[in-house]
Design a protein around this ligand. Structure first.
Ligand code: ATP
Length: 244
């Protein structure tokens, strides 16, 4: 077993609102783990605590055996723990290619141009549509293509662990499937470990190895993707999101 992320009893409050209540879970190297939950369950807050944008009021977060709880977000990124933001933020007035180069920003000096160009080619082989559109402005891509670009840009940062915040948000069901399949391919081909935050239970459990379910700031269930997909309570809790 190779534990990559270990979250121990993390709590967090926005003033009087307690958004996380002693959340504990882990992600092992090479896994895709889905963190499921309805609106307001605390999923985004949890990701922000892991990536250092918010600091837990109590609890510990370990990454590759190191306590990263006190570290600034910038330092955590340098450790190759990378978050793809919600709402697929791409740089809309820059080309697809420049968006990708920007993803390599943190290791541009140490890596060198040639290696980064090779990395871009690898990313293009995973997302052929981005190669076709490499000179198009980010803001003129379709929603699904922008999501792919946001993910592709994160790969350029050479993540060990990628935190994906609701990549299916606002996408049509067929596109959701496609984007999530890319996440799976990315794990398989680039060896990236993934923590996937999702409301879309069916689509995300189809590509994940394991999952956890959050409600009201706590983890209420965990299991293999198969066991969660067959869990009637989970299905009932997410009825509106199981039809895709
Ligand atoms: P969604 O799927 O809708 O994005 P979520 O599971 O990611 O939901 P969070 O965004 O983490 O949920 O929100 C958890 C709780 O914290 C909610 O009750 C929300 O209203 C509250 N919350 C989130 N951000 C803030 C904030 N900046 N100030 C106050 N309360 C907040």
């Amino acid at each position: 077993m190779n534990r990559m992320l270990e979250v121990r009893d993390v709590s967090f409050s926005y003033g009087p609102i307690q958004a996380l209540k002693q959340v504990a879970f882990h992600v092992d190297k090479g896994e895709i783990v889905a963190m499921l939950g309805a609106n307001g369950a605390g999923k985004t807050t949890l990701l922000k605590n892991i990536s250092g944008l918010l600091k837990p009021s109590s609890g510990i977060i370990q990454f590759n055996g190191e306590d990263i709880t006190p570290l600034e977000a910038e330092k955590i990124v340098q450790k190759k723990l990378i978050q793809v933001p919600e709402h697929r933020q791409v740089f809309s007035t820059m080309t697809v290619l420049d968006n990708l180069y920007l993803g390599a920003y943190h290791h541009y000096k140490s890596t060198g141009k040639k290696e980064i160009e090779e990395e871009v080619e690898k990313v293009f082989s995973l997302f052929p549509i981005l190669k076709e559109r490499k000179d198009q402005l980010g803001g003129t891509l379709s929603g699904g293509q922008q999501q792919m670009l946001a993910i592709a840009r994160s790969i350029m940062a050479k993540p060990d662990l990628l935190l994906l915040d609701e990549p299916s948000l606002g996408l049509a069901p067929l596109i959701v499937k496609e984007v999530l399949q890319y996440v799976r391919n990315m794990r398989d081909e680039f060896g990236v470990t993934v923590l996937l935050i999702e409301q879309n239970v069916n689509a995300s459990l189809k590509i994940a190895d394991r999952g956890y379910v959050m409600a009201h700031g706590s983890i209420i269930k965990e299991g293999t993707s198969e066991s969660l997909l067959n869990d009637t309570e989970v299905r009932e809790a997410f009825l509106g999101h199981t039809l895709n």
